[in-house]
Design a protein around this ligand. Structure first.
Ligand code: GUN
Length: 287
């Protein structure tokens, strides 16, 4: 039987520590603030954004939401980002994805100033991550690494197989695992003989968005499984990418869905907002 990696409890502990840090900043007259931009009304995004706002409330981070009409132009979106870049009361800027397809999300991410890049999506953050410098790391990969650290799962020399090559999860995870001295393989929709890769993996991190994609026959005994998937099954139940019930029997560690990676992602966003706030004030020689 596998040890269940309890992301919910770990995330709560992290949020409690962040609240202490946030209180200390407030004692110095510094009020951390996150601005969230949402374009259109994607139902999943609404849920994510609500959860982010609740986490801010709990920690004491000010939260400001900009809900933009789906007909907004690229210029209008960039203007808002630039305004928030220049607003000294705003410490973190998050553009919720997806946005309507006629808008260029990469150009919008690029417009966010590095020191407010709490999602870690700007070219500066991504580039710094690639050369191993301290930076803002995308929240889900950072949450996954914190889980490994909390459970003393050492990646040194291990075969880590990542499923999915998104800019938000798969690609930054390559660098995060590499920094922990893992041998990293990234698999995606065009990978041949996927099972050959997963079968030899010491650690599998799945972020592809397909229910029950990772099955018992694809993994070896004592594998560590991290399930980043957030899907609905045929009954509308929230499930990950992994056939949990069967894979759990072979795994040494496994994350559940819900209660695994999801809460960690939000805790890491809060971590990045506090980090951004501190770095901005250090830049002004105030901290
Ligand atoms: N959409 C889905 N996940 C994320 C995320 O982590 N950040 C942003 N900005 N949008 C998302």
């Amino acid at each position: 039987m596998a040890t269940i990696i309890d992301g919910k409890t770990l995330a709560k502990k992290i949020r409690e520590n962040l609240k202490i840090e946030c209180d200390e900043l407030k004692e110095k007259g510094i009020k951390p603030k996150l601005a969230v931009i949402m374009v259109g009304d994607d139902p999943a995004s609404k849920v994510y954004v609500r959860n982010k706002s609740r986490a801010c409330d709990e920690i004491g981070i000010e939260y400001q939401e900009y809900l933009l009409n789906e007909n907004i132009t690229q210029d209008e979106l960039l203007e808002l980002i630039k305004k928030l870049n220049n607003d000294e009361t705003v410490n973190g800027i998050l553009l919720q994805s997806p946005i309507p397809e006629n808008l260029d999300i990469n150009e919008a991410f690029k417009t966010i100033t590095y020191l407010k890049d709490v999602d870690g999506f700007t070219p500066s953050s991504v580039g710094k991550l690639c050369i191993g410098e301290d930076t803002f790391v995308s929240c889900t990969p950072l949450g996954v690494i914190k889980m490994f650290e909390e459970y003393n799962i050492d990646l040194n020399g291990k075969d880590v197989v990542i499923l999915g090559r998104s800019n938000i999860v798969g690609r930054p995870l390559i660098q995060c695992c590499l920094q922990k001295n893992a041998t990293v393989t990234i698999c995606h929709s065009k990978t041949n003989n996927l099972k050959e890769h997963t079968k030899r993996a010491d650690v599998i991190i799945s972020a592809i968005g397909k229910p029950k994609f990772v099955t018992e026959d694809m993994v070896k005994d004592n594998v560590v499984i991290v399930d980043v998937g957030i899907n609905r099954d045929e009954n509308g139940k929230l499930v990950g990418d992994v056939d949990f019930e069967n894979v759990e029997k072979k795994a040494s560690y496994i994350t559940p869905v819900p209660g695994g990676v999801g809460p960690m992602t939000i805790a890491m966003l809060m971590h990045n907002v506090i980090k951004a706030t501190k770095e901005q004030y250090k830049e002004k020689s105030i901290l």
